[in-house]
Write a protein that binds this ligand. Structure first.
Ligand SMILES: Nc1nc2c(ncn2[C@@H]2O[C@H](COP(=O)(O)OP(=O)(O)O)[C@@H](O)[C@H]2O)c(=O)[nH]1
Ligand SMILES: [Mg+2]
Length: 207
């Protein structure tokens, strides 16, 4: 049974003024293009068609909002790291992301999607810095762990944890295909959506 049986698409934002109403709580997902973000969202919500999975990295620069329950949202942020993106598009992405992280009161945490074969890149670290600077939670999913052997999985987990633990960022291995780490990832998301922000002054309706 799904934790969020009534999950549904709410809206897409291509511009800052198109964000969904900033009420309740939301968890955002970010990652390089092709890191497995859409697949992870689908497996965490147990809805195979929710976020679109592509074999060829897409170029849509949209923030997609999904409602998990009343005033509880999942936010699919546009991917980054495309090889050939015109400067104009890259700047638009940057402006949209900065706006989102600056204004979003309902944002409780970021789930950062990182391909376990690549490990953390500089843009991934940049996303973590944005969200941590605003006193929000962060958690890293090292995806496609079915594609690496045990030794490499141990190594990437250890290296990523070492880079993240001082900042209070948790890290786990994840494979949507092998259904590994799905419950652990869902648990993090559920916990954030139901509890208070680490910086209590930002939100006081804790219970
Ligand atoms: N082997 C394996 N492939 C995966 C996994 N998750 C995603 N993929 C593949 O990686 C590619 C990119 O996935 P997608 O979810 O579209 O990535 P996105 O661009 O970050 O949203 C697709 O071909 C997926 O089938 C996984 O857990 N294991
Ligand atoms: Mg995608």
């Amino acid at each position: 049974m799904s934790t969020y049986p009534h999950v549904k698409f709410v809206t897409s934002a291509a511009e800052a003024h198109q964000l969904a109403p900033d009420i309740g709580r939301e968890v955002a997902f970010a990652g390089r293009s092709n890191s497995g973000k859409s697949t992870a969202i689908n497996s965490l919500t147990q809805r195979s068609g929710l976020a679109r999975v592509s074999r060829t990295p897409g170029r849509t620069q949209l923030i997609n909002f999904f409602e998990l329950a009343p005033e509880r949202r999942l936010v699919d942020l546009p991917g980054y790291g495309f090889a050939k993106v015109p400067e104009r598009i890259r700047l638009h992405w940057l402006e949209l992301m900065q706006h989102y992280f600056n204004v979003r009161e309902s944002l409780v945490g970021l789930i950062l999607i990182v391909d376990s074969r690549r490990g953390l890149g500089s843009q991934d670290v940049g996303m973590l810095e944005w969200v941590l600077a605003r006193g929000r939670h962060a958690h890293v999913l090292l995806t496609k762990s079915d594609k690496i052997n045990r030794r490499d999985a141990d190594r990437v987990l250890k290296e990523t944890s070492a880079a993240c633990s001082d900042a209070g960022v948790s890290v786990q291995l994840f494979s949507a295909h092998a259904k590994r780490g799905v419950d652990a990832g869902r648990h993090v998301m559920d916990r954030w959506l139901s509890s208070a922000l680490p910086n209590a002054s930002l939100q006081r309706d804790d219970n």
